[in-house]
Design a protein around this ligand. Sequence first.
Ligand code: FDA
Length: 501
Amino acid sequence: TSAPSSGTASFLRCLAVHLPPHVIYTTTSPSYTSVLESSIKNLLFVTPATPTPLAIVTATNASHVQATVRCGALHGVRVRPRSGGHDYEGLSYRSLTTARPFAVVDLAALRGVRVDAARRTAWVGSGATLGELYYAIANHSKRLGFPGGLGPTVGLGGHLSGGGFGVMLRKHGLAADHVVDALIVDAEGRLLDRAAMGEDVFWAIRGGGGGSFGVVLYWKLRLVRVPATVTVFTVHRARNQSATALLAKWQRVAPKLPRDVFLRVVLQSQDAQFQSLYLGKRTGLVSTMARRFPELGVRAQDCIEMTWIESVLYFAFYGTGKPMELLLDRGTKPERYFKAKSDYVSEPIPSHVWESVWSWLLMDGAGLLILDPYGGRMGDVAPSATPFPHRQELYNLQYYGFWFENGTEVSEKHMGWIRGLHREMEPHVSKNPRGAYVNYRDLDLGVNDVDDGVTGYEKARVWGEMYFKANFERLAAVKAMVDPHDFFRNEQSIPPFPSSR
Ligand code: FDA
């Protein structure tokens, strides 16, 4: 065998030898830009200065992924997997530096969904979107569903890798809690199922964040039962209609409601929008609200009965009567710039702090806040059962800034708003370490240093323990076991530790 050589030219030659030409896009291919941008969601990373991959492989089967990883390992070019491209920091298709060229293996074509309604399972490709999964399930059975996120264009690959939660989380926990098997290509290019990868790796890929342990190609999911009828409502309460008092109470009530009830809040401008999904009929929701949260004043006429799949459309597109086929729309060009951050709240935040949050929401450059309650099933699961440690928190708080115009001044205004509010909230949220959700990736929390070719542990701990708390150490140990040379790497990938060097 020949000695490993380093270099992008030999990597590209290796791809050309081992892959059919129609799945390889290099920077000189006429379609490179359209393939690159096909699933980008954040305009921040569509600039001429953004370091992008030297090649994109649009894999249509496992052997394409295996060959790309093997060529990369042989010639010193790292590979980043991309499924739905929704990474908040764009780490599935861009890097922060041009110093280390990388390639992308794009899994959008690996999007088959095979539902076995009798066994209540589904095998799904990482490139499938949540919308495609929900659509396929509903086509097989009106009584089955899956507890994933709300955004229908989100890719399964990244979503399950980081945990994944949506409006059924209080009843069923995280999306990743329902993974029962997976097929992964490891750093040596081997294709492994759960039995072959072992329980440590299987643990790590269900919430330890994407891009660190290998390329997951397929996931076997356990589906959940849903009732024939569910009920939703959305009610708005303005700041001057006692929204502050309602928020104060919501923090105490929402995480303790019966687990069939999910009640989130979206704060924007001077408005609190309370959105609910109830796994049952209208009368049940109206009476639970009247008993547990009468101040919110939810009336029967606010509540709409529908099927589970209609509720998926309701939360995705804010309304009723939308065609189910909308779930199959993978989206086209990105249309906004955005920046997000997250916190976990362990103790109710006092009303005077909410008053100051309202002032932040009035500022030029303000975005919105999303408060997703936990409790229920989430609290039943041990924080070490999966890499996702935030099981006992009251709720997740997401800060979301977005804008549509290009320009440094505009982006600095919005970035300044979100960073400022996040800083201001520090005394009121989880501590030691302050928590954050890896699927709301935020490079402000820290970026890896690469020493001697391998990601350093100490610097990575800073962001790592915010996402994973005590599970970070086990993630690093699993990484050292399966990828000691740190082949799968990005600015926030899990470092191998103890390191073999
Ligand atoms: P992308 O392809 O960008 O991958 C994300 C990360 O995972 C990257 O590091 C990538 O390298 C890695 N990766 C991707 N595929 C992989 C694979 N097959 N194997 C290994 N690693 C892989 N979250 C949530 O919990 N609930 C929600 O309701 C929503 N809603 C939502 C809406 C919108 C509009 C956006 C933009 C995002 C969300 N999210 C969310 C966050 C979402 O769960 C998160 O961004 C996911 O990581 C996106 O997965 P993709 O495959 O789309 O991203």
